[in-house]
Design a protein around this ligand. Structure first.
Ligand code: 5AD
Ligand code: SF4
Length: 473
């Protein structure tokens, strides 16, 4: 077994982790595939399902596209910039194909449906286009493409959850893992392309989720993040027991696997997160006290145009309730600057709401119109680019201050930290996370911890992004 670099390309807001190592197993297989992933965690999780399907069909993973027989790009279309990046990569791969004519190039994921004709016919950039619900047909599509036909399957499904497929962990630290619990989205936020690229919402069999989590724990993993576009609307009927499994019940089921297994989840929709979920979180020490609760905008008028189904006041009340139930809960957000018709006043509402929520962290974007979305059809993208960018930079500046403030408040406190590995900057330091999802670094010392252990760390100082401390006995 050899170590190679993984082809992990983060969304511009989630940079910083590209090229983590993963085990390369290509030599044990007939053929080699290379997969590069863009966008959200859900997409990375899908790449692990694709890897599993390809393994079953004689393909091993490689971290070097130059030696691959099959090169795949798992794409994101959430913002325009992501699409341009993909196009540039495809041109590089096409050049490589000139040296290696048998090589196949495929586009997977969210861009598949919209750009299939362009990629296949107009620009002849790729041999295969496969949508997020069609990965089971990959082996057939590869066969088709091998005979020189253009292979396409972008059909969306109402049932597919890949429940029975055991994902191959591509770039794992061996401690933390992501588990998909549902696919698609029924929300129809007006800015968002996801309902069109990923289709209708469907929940995965709760037993298959619990089994996957148990299996990960047996293999030494200590933290599971349950993934879905909107986890709070998870709903699965256990036909045998005639019982509805809600997200709160699922969360509890996973938390009960073992007290040493931490559970996280993402993403929550403010309109759907229930009291039952908050109570379940507070009952179980191993359910992390952290909620990613995207607000998108602080203005009720803009929230209405975004079709978010809550007001500013309603959101604030939700934040208050979370803090009542779990005073130590970390809260983060997604924020969009410059949505259609946004005025200076609306923007000020976003800033003041951020101050109110005191977010520990946020993913911040300026609005980018996506073809086919409700907003693209109904509203004019009328906030100029310069205004969007200056509002975004104000939002980023404020978030930096809030993150620093939040971290400063933790100095002097003790946190239970799950060790994920060496600190990136200094291998004499451990890096881990607190329950609140904050990155904590501390010196390796005579206490002989190892990766995957829990350590209690007393925080002595901080930066905006990191807590710095010492392990206590
Ligand atoms: N423009 C800008 N940001 C967007 N997001 C989703 N769609 C768009 C868009 N068209 C952001 C939202 C969402 C996150 C995943 O991406 O904040 O929560
Ligand atoms: Fe991007 Fe959304 Fe698709 Fe994830 S689901 S890859 S964020 S478009």
């Amino acid at each position: 077994m050899l170590d190679f670099a993984i082809n992990k390309v983060h969304d511009e807001a989630r940079q910083g982790e590209a090229f983590a190592p993963f085990k390369n197993d290509a030599n044990e297989y007939r053929k080699k595939f290379y997969i590069e992933s863009y966008g959200c965690q859900m997409n990375f999780s899908d790449s692990e399902i694709v890897a599993s399907i390809l393994h079953e069909n004689g393909f091993g993973a490689t971290g070097r596209f130059e030696e691959a027989d099959l090169v795949l790009l798992n794409t994101c279309s959430i913002r325009e910039k992501a699409e341009q990046t993909i196009r540039n990569r495809l041109h590089i791969f096409k050049q490589q194909k000139r040296n290696k004519p048998g090589m196949l190039i495929g586009v997977l994921g969210c861009m598949a449906e919209r750009l299939k004709e362009k990629f296949l016919e107009e620009e002849k950039l790729v041999d295969m286009v496969v949508g997020p619900d069609a990965y089971r047909t990959l082996p057939l599509l590869i066969e088709e493409a091998e005979t020189g036909q253009k292979a396409v399957n972008v059909l969306l499904s109402r049932e597919e959850t890949y429940a029975d497929i055991s994902p191959v962990r591509l770039d794992s630290n061996g401690v933390t893992a992501f588990v998909s619990i549902m696919r698609g989205c029924n929300n129809m936020c007006s800015f968002c392309v996801v309902p069109f690229t990923r289709g209708r919402e469907r929940s995965r069999d709760a037993y298959s989720i619990a089994n996957e989590c148990k299996d990960l724990f047996v293999k030494g993993y200590k933290e599971i993040t349950l993934l879905g576009q909107n986890v709070d609307s998870y709903c699965w009927k256990d036909e045998q027991r005639d019982e509805i499994i809600t997200f709160a019940k699922l969360l509890e089921k996973v938390a009960l696997i073992d007290p040493l297994l931490r559970v996280r989840f993402s993403t929550s929709h403010p309109k759907d997160i229930t009291e039952e979920v908050l109570q379940t979180m507070s009952r179980h020490e191993n359910i992390c006290k952290y909620i990613h609760l995207p607000v998108q905008s602080g203005s009720t008028r803009i929230l209405q145009l975004m079709n978010r189904a809550y007001t500013r006041e309603w959101y604030m009340a939700k934040i208050n309730r979370i803090r009542e139930v779990m005073p130590d809960c970390g809260i983060s957000s997604d924020i969009i600057a410059g949505f259609c018709t946004e005025t200076t006043e609306d923007h000020q509402d976003t800033l003041s709401l951020m101050e109110f929520a005191k977010y520990d962290m946020s993913y911040m974007f300026f609005y980018s119109e996506r073809p086919g979305t409700l907003a693209a059809r109904r509203y004019k993208d009328d906030v100029g680019e310069a205004t969007k960018k200056s509002r975004l930079s104000e939002i980023v500046k404020l978030q930096n201050r809030l993150s620093h403030q939040s971290n400063s408040n933790d100095v002097g406190k003790e946190f239970k930290v799950l060790i994920e590995g060496n600190s990136r900057k200094d291998e004499n330091q451990w890096m881990g996370r607190s329950s609140q999802n904050k990155v904590v670094v501390f010196p390796k010392n005579a206490l002989h911890f190892k990766k995957g252990d829990y350590a209690v760390v007393k925080i002595e100082s901080c930066t905006g992004a990191t807590l710095i401390g010492k392990a206590v006995d």
